[in-house]
Design a protein around this ligand. Structure first.
Ligand SMILES: [Zn+2]
Length: 267
């Protein structure tokens, strides 16, 4: 009898492992729009486009916010947009245009900076439960990977890394919530390239996270036209697409990819 139970359990888990995730409201895929570095072109161009399309998004802010922009970011949070943590000083491996080198950091120094940015963001929006995006999509402090250290401190729930057009997530059982891949755009990515990524996400029934920087300005710029074309495509396919914040999407996939309660009880 015990052996039969074990076999049944095995079959049950195998079937579950092969099952595709079921998205809410019979949607076929989820798209998460994320915008890094607290850039003003996001406030001036991306947000009005998102508002007009009735879509939401996640903005990963650095300490590069001030008395003029803080009220604007705060207003976004009140309207359901997510403000995420992208550190205070954006430490990355040394380059000419990067003033704060991550080589000089320790893992603990990085963690402290993320913690203080969490306090800063709490002062901006009063929210608890914060998500994180690694600066320059790098996970190094002092040349060593700090992801495991970050996991030990209970200060962010999920963290986004980089990736390319293959960053569509389909294997949620093996998804590391502190290494969630995203499609990191290059300067001048076109509307068609963005739409191709959404189509690929739809085809695979997965989760597609897009990492934007400037929209119609600033740097690593996606033109206002390309951004609008993407939003138009999403709106035209909203029957099949769930567009939500990084935190809400990850909360959903984390809960949905846990083994079903009845399977656990059989033991
Ligand atoms: Zn950044």
């Amino acid at each position: 009898m015990k052996r039969i139970l074990i076999i049944l359990l095995f079959i049950n888990f195998t079937v579950q492992a092969q099952e595709k995730i079921k998205w809410p409201q019979h949607k076929k895929a989820v798209i998460v729009l994320t915008y890094d570095d607290a850039l003003e072109s996001q406030l001036n161009i991306a947000v009005p486009q998102l508002d007009a399309a009735h879509l939401t998004a996640t903005f990963f802010l650095t300490g590069d916010i001030n008395r003029l922009t803080i009220p604007r970011w705060r207003a976004l949070s009140k309207r359901g947009y997510e403000l995420g943590n992208h550190t205070i000083f954006h430490p990355c491996l040394s380059t000419d245009d990067n003033p704060v080198p991550s080589e000089k950091y320790t893992a603990y120094g990085m963690i402290r900076e993320i913690e203080v940015m969490n306090h800063f963001l709490y002062a901006v929006d009063g929210q608890i439960g914060r998500t994180f995006a690694y600066p320059c999509a790098e996970t190094l402090a002092g040349g060593k990977d700090y992801v495991d250290t970050l996991k030990k401190y209970d200060m962010v729930k999920y963290a986004r890394i980089g990736g390319d057009t293959n960053a569509v997530i389909t294997d949620f059982k093996h998804l590391d919530p502190f290494r969630v891949p995203s499609y990191g755009l290059e300067d001048g990515t076109t509307g068609n390239q963005l739409i191709a990524f959404v189509k690929s996400t739809l085809k695979h029934g997965g989760m597609g996270v897009i990492m934007f920087h400037g929209i119609g300005g600033d740097y690593i710029t996606t033109s206002a036209k390309a951004h609008q074309e993407l939003l138009n495509y999403i709106r035209d396919n909203q029957k099949d697409l769930w567009v939500t914040t990084f935190q809400k999407a990850m909360d959903y996939v984390t809960a949905a990819s846990k083994p079903a309660a009845h399977s656990a009880k059989v033991q």
